[in-house]
Design a protein around this ligand. Structure first.
Ligand SMILES: [Zn+2]
Length: 472
């Protein structure tokens, strides 16, 4: 029996700031445990929180990038609950006046985006240096700025969830709001899954896009089969078992929490005008979707090529600056060739040398090498060798060519080499005369090695054939 999945997401994102959300402790959760703490983020009585301006701007910019509305006034609220990672007994969050309302991404409606503080990190059992069942708490993460984005239940498939999450990550990176690395906990995704608008289960504590997508796909099947058997879906939180590849019940949610939200008394409601939303909107970078479509139109890239380039903002910047250098080369603008050198040869070198593509070779140098190859001044073998030498030395390609004797071998040198190779291999010559034409290929290999791979292959082959025929 076919049922319609209904999926909504809650996404938490750790924001990129120098300081914590309400105090001046550094935003550095990876430091030695509990070094980045103070009376404010440890929740001592009588302390006063001061909101982080940069974090507020990040959330407004994310909202604007997603087409959301920034209200004239916003406020923080206290969400009250007890947990060992929250010594204050409440979390400062936003309840009924979030920083962003509405918006849309890939056809999925955004309900709201708000700002809150993160909680401390609990390290259980084996994660700690302490023996046994103990739990240790690291407050470096306590009160770090945390953005929460909530969608409407508009997703209909696991694939759609995966695509949305990856695009959101890319937008956050373009905006410089977060690195949004799921494996590092900088982006945490919870999915609410139900069938035919029935009872929802909540999937959480999943730490990769792949796992989120797999967990949602599994949950759709699991609920469908349970309903087919006439069972009732229970409202619960489920996690993902990566080894068994199943979702597993973590806790029942039948008793919904009542957080007793109330306005944060230490931070009065405030207007958003001083954050200059119009100015922030004007300062937004070109976003991934716009960049993809422009790359396709401007440089005639395919959709897949544009996706690959736009999938990394630094790579896109590098590509465009190399293209503009290439246009100055008067080589007929071989952008397709540049794309190939960049995404295959240079990428390969970067992997091999364990460096970033964008820092390996200057864009102008790559453009120059591509131009030399496309005008035939270098064979593609030579161009690839030159690219490697430029990557290794960081030197200008023309200087490397001059110093290392790159460039087409002149006709005189080619002819001399062919003659000497043929003189030195009488057996191959007589084989050739007996009709074993593959001995010409052998001579070609020997001659090319002598010429250090720098001869034009077609020219060399022709010279060898001519010499062999002349001696026949
Ligand atoms: Zn602090």
């Amino acid at each position: 029996m076919s049922r319609t999945p209904t999926i909504g997401l809650e996404v938490h994102v750790g924001l990129k700031t120098d300081r914590k959300m309400f105090c001046s402790c550094p935003n550095d959760p990876g430091a030695a445990p509990n070094v980045n703490t103070c009376a404010i983020c440890l929740g001592h009585p009588g302390t006063l929180p001061v909101p982080n301006r940069r974090a507020i701007e990040h959330v407004i910019r994310v909202g604007l990038a997603l087409g959301g509305t920034i209200p004239a006034e916003t406020k923080f609220d206290r969400k009250n609950y007890f947990y060992p990672d929250l010594p204050k007994g409440y979390q400062i969050s936003q309840y009924d006046q979030p920083l962003v309302s509405g918006g849309e991404l890939q056809g999925v409606r955004i309900t709201r985006v708000h700002l809150e503080e993160d909680v401390a990190r609990s390290l259980h059992g084996a994660d700690t240096f302490a023996a046994g069942e103990s739990t240790l708490i690291d407050f470096n993460r306590a009160s770090l700025p945390l953005m929460e984005l909530v969608t409407e239940p508009d997703f209909r498939s696991a694939e759609q969830v995966g695509e949305f999450a990856r695009e959101l990550q890319l937008i956050l990176r373009y905006l410089g709001a977060s690195d949004a690395d799921m494996e590092k906990g900088q982006m945490r995704i919870e999915a609410n899954v139900s069938l035919d608008m029935g009872t929802k289960t909540e999937l959480k504590n999943i730490n990769s896009f792949r796992a989120v997508q797999d967990a949602v796909a599994y949950e759709i099947v699991r609920q469908g089969e349970a309903l087919d058997r006439g069972e009732v879906i229970s409202q619960e939180t489920r996690g993902w078992d990566e080894v068994r590849r199943v979702t597993v019940s973590q806790r029942s949610k039948e008793n919904a929490h009542d957080y007793r939200y109330f306005p944060e008394p230490d931070i009065p409601a405030f207007t958003t005008a001083p954050f200059d939303p119009d100015g922030l909107r004007a300062g937004l970078p070109e976003l991934p979707a716009a960049k993809r479509s422009r790359l396709q139109h401007e440089y005639h890239l395919s959709e897949a090529q544009a996706n690959l380039i736009a999938g990394d903002e630094a790579l896109a910047g590098y590509f465009e600056s190399a293209v503009s250098e290439l246009l100055g080369e008067d080589a007929g603008a071989p952008v397709a060739s540049l794309y190939n050198y960049l995404t295959s040869d240079l990428k390969g070198l970067a992997v091999e040398m364990k460096r970033e593509v964008t820092e390996l070779v200057q864009p102008a140098h790559l453009a120059h090498i591509v131009a030399l190859a496309s005008t035939g001044e270098l064979t593609s073998r030579q161009a690839k060798d030159l690219l490697r030498r430029v990557a290794e030395t960081g030197d200008d390609p023309d200087e490397v060519m001059a110093a290392e004797g790159f460039g087409s071998v002149d006709d005189g040198a080619l002819e001399l080499t062919v003659k000497s190779v043929i003189d030195a291999n009488p057996q191959a010559v007589s084989d050739y005369q007996k009709g074993k034409t593959n001995s010409a290929q052998f001579l070609f290999g020997v001659a090319m090695r002598e010429l250090r791979g720098q001869a034009d292959p077609a020219k060399l082959r022709a010279a060898i054939e001519a010499e062999l025929v002349g001696r026949g």
